[in-house]
Design a protein around this ligand. Structure first.
Ligand SMILES: Nc1ncnc2c1ncn2[C@@H]1O[C@H](COP(=O)(O)OP(=O)(O)O)[C@@H](O)[C@H]1O
Ligand SMILES: [Mg+2]
Length: 265
């Protein structure tokens, strides 16, 4: 926690400042702080129940914290509604598949583009609106080299490909901060490789914060890892340093059995 820039710094993408969250008597997060510089690939690592998804949903605006603040690109967004966060450049994916399985890649992207387009609910000029949405969909298909998959029905794609479509959907609004909740969960080793490659292809104008429970995947994706356990930060640093941290080893001994039973073990 030494080399992180201070809140208010223009080079900072995201600041989590002493965020706490309780559900009745259950303390899910306790004074969690972290600072993510612009353009960094940061992994939030921790075993099941650590509080990763809760912190994510607080950053994304799905629920408010009990205490503390969230700043994005220097702005306090703690109480900002989701729509305004999106306008500031935040986008997220969810742990569970959020695609329409029976629709094609193109149809899924079209619906995502439509949901982002403010003017598309207007009954005025429906033809030009439709044209604009189709053009943006085409642009995304080209940009992410999905042209040859455009007609493919989503449920017939590999899980790895489905994850990529979800990420492309999150990128449709050209976010500056991309939040990914366990993008490789349930994937085989080769599907995980595809997702790792996809994330590697993202430009540095995008700051990436992703949740991961597998230390090996975190190692491959992260420039910096923040480890949560029981709602508190127990380590924060480059992958090599975090891996060697005795507190992290202790936290991870408890989940070693679960990990070795994983689908791609
Ligand atoms: N809506 C909720 N109501 C009550 N407890 C919750 C709620 N959401 C999460 N929790 C609790 O908060 C803790 C952290 O959960 P979560 O963030 O989902 O963990 P992780 O994503 O790290 O596996 C868990 O103990 C969980 O049961
Ligand atoms: Mg989770």
């Amino acid at each position: 926690m030494t080399t992180s820039p201070a809140p208010g710094d223009t080079e900072v993408g995201l600041v989590v400042d002493r965020v706490s969250k309780s559900f009745g008597g259950i303390r899910a997060l306790h004074e969690v702080s972290m600072t993510v510089p612009k353009g960094q690939r940061r992994v939030l690592l921790g075993p099941n129940g650590a509080g990763k998804s809760v912190l994510f949903s607080i950053i994304g605006g799905q629920q408010p914290p009990t205490g503390g603040r969230i700043l994005a690109f220097g702005r306090d967004i703690t109480r900002l509604p989701r729509r305004r966060r999106a306008a500031l450049g935040l986008a997220r994916t969810f742990q569970l598949n959020s695609l329409f399985p029976r629709l094609s890649v193109e149809e899924n992207l079209f619906l995502g583009v439509q949901a982002l387009d403010r003017g598309s609910r207007s009954l005025l000029r429906p033809a030009s609106t439709h044209r604009r949405l189709v053009e943006r969909t085409d642009e995304l298909l080209r940009e992410w080299r999905l042209d040859d998959r455009r007609g493919a029905v989503v449920e017939e794609l590999s899980y790895g490909e489905q994850r990529q479509i979800e990420m492309v959907l999150a990128l449709a609004g050209r976010p500056r901060l991309l939040l990914l909740d366990e993008p490789t969960s349930g994937l085989t080793k080769s599907e995980t490789d595809e997702v790792v490659a996809f994330l590697g292809s993202l430009g540095r104008e995008i700051t990436v914060l992703l949740v991961e429970h597998d230390m090996d995947v975190a190692d491959r994706l992260a420039e910096w890892i923040t480890v949560l356990s029981l709602g508190e930060v127990v380590a924060d640093g480059p992958p090599g340093v975090v891996r060697a941290d005795p507190r992290v080893r202790e936290v991870y001994l408890g989940v070693s059995a679960e990990r070795s039973e994983g689908r791609d073990a």
